[in-house]
Design a protein around this ligand. Structure first.
Ligand SMILES: *Cc1c(COP(=O)(O)O)cnc(C)c1O
Length: 377
């Protein structure tokens, strides 16, 4: 069986964890946490980085930093993971879902955003699906015109770019995930990026249970205390040590994953031109980061048959999100608008195996098996 996912290991993870254990500093904001945070700041030019327990928690921090309150409205795509939505619902916000593009690009369609803006709108949350950038110039222009915050759910978007700018650096704040299914992992973990100078100080306080302990550790104040609301969002240094072992190999991981993605993309050209099975669309302004490779089938029935066909050939492929507006939890809360493009990806998108250890032979075998199913030889 070719697995759908297999976590990458550099081989140094246990060594660094052992070192962290011997140093005897196992909580957050210690040696490896600082090294990882500096790595991201140096590599991508992010203003301020805080490692968190998950991307979901980093998004909760963005909701607190944005001062989201009861009845505030947040615009976001429906075709995304629940973690894009929950942090804002927890603050009492109303969610307004915007549809995806109609063509083979599940990202939020900027042309569907402005009609949802009301005096209560506070923020636009974008998701760079599959690590492929949303049209950020358009989105930032809308936000500027209406004085809204932009938060990037960049969970899948590490090391990907929009017009040469790293994703996660464009909005006011952003979040990344190091869950074991992502490119760079530590089991469960995340990163909050703050790009606005005026939010930096408060982000550290919210991170540290509402206290100014970070400033205390830097020697800026002689005692620390309760300053604000907050929670315990820090990643333990044990997990930061694991993460650092991955970061040292970021370029190696990315080169391999992007090559697999390219191989799939080239291998399915005829499937798209002759059978109308869509490959991912990468706009001129965007890059792919080898996070995930998908195909968009004609409909649900066809996708189910393809997944079953692959399974009978020992290849594990999977579908992805159910539109949030159509979920059991949210359907009664939704404003009733149809979001046909989001639904189309819910029904028709299929993801193929993509991970560091996947061999050329396996990728060729997957390409041939899919193509053969459609009679492309
Ligand atoms: C993985 C993912 C998340 C959640 O990340 P966690 O680190 O598991 O909290 C959020 N949003 C998107 C788009 C994701 O893909």
């Amino acid at each position: 069986m070719i697995r759908f996912n297999k976590p990458y290991l550099s081989g140094k993870e246990i060594e660094y964890i052992t070192e962290a254990v011997h140093l005897g500093k196992l909580s957050g904001n210690k040696n490896y946490t600082k090294q990882c945070q500096s790595f991201f700041k140096t590599k991508y030019g992010f203003l301020h980085c805080l490692l968190t327990t998950s991307c979901t928690d980093a998004l909760e921090m963005t909701a607190l930093l944005a001062n989201i309150k009861e009845k505030d409205e947040i615009i976001m795509p429906s075709y995304t993971f629940v973690s894009t939505a929950n942090p804002f619902l927890l603050r009492g916000a109303t969610l307004r879902f915007a549809d995806s593009y109609s063509e083979n690009n599940p990202n939020i369609d900027p042309d569907k955003i402005e009609e949802l803006i009301t005096p209560k709108t506070k923020a636009i949350v974008v998701v760079h699906y599959a690590g492929i950038a949303c049209d950020m110039d358009k989105i930032m222009a809308i936000a500027k015109k209406h004085d809204l915050l932009v938060i990037e759910d960049a969970a899948q978007a590490i090391d990907s770019f929009y017009k040469g700018k790293p994703l996660g650096k464009i909005g006011n704040m952003s979040s990344f995930s190091f869950h074991e299914t992502k490119n760079i992992i530590c089991g469960e973990g995340g990163l909050l990026v703050v790009n606005d100078e005026e939010l930096v100080l408060r982000s550290e306080i919210i991170w540290e249970k509402g206290t100014n302990r970070s400033a205390f550790f830097r020697g800026e104040i002689d005692k620390y205390g309760w300053m604000d609301i907050g929670s315990s969002y820090l990643m333990s240094d044990i997990l930061s040590a694991f993460l650092f072992a991955q970061l040292e190999n970021l370029d190696t991981i990315q080169t391999k994953r992007k090559a697999i993605w390219q191989k799939y993309f080239a291998g399915f050209e005829r499937l798209e031109t002759e059978h109308n099975i869509k490959r991912p669309f990468v706009p001129d302004y965007a890059t792919q980061n080898g996070h995930l490779f998908y195909l968009v089938c004609k409909d649900l029935a066809e996708r189910s048959k393809l997944i079953a066909h692959l399974k009978s050939n020992d290849i594990h492929s999977v579908f992805h999100y159910q539109s949030l507006h159509d979920s059991k939890f949210f359907e009664s809360r939704h404003d009733g608008r149809e979001l046909p493009n989001s639904d189309r990806y819910s029904h028709s998108l299929v993801r193929l195996p993509l991970y560091y250890e996947l061999t050329d032979n396996q990728v060729n075998h997957i390409i041939e098996t899919v193509n053969a199913y459609y009679g492309v030889m």
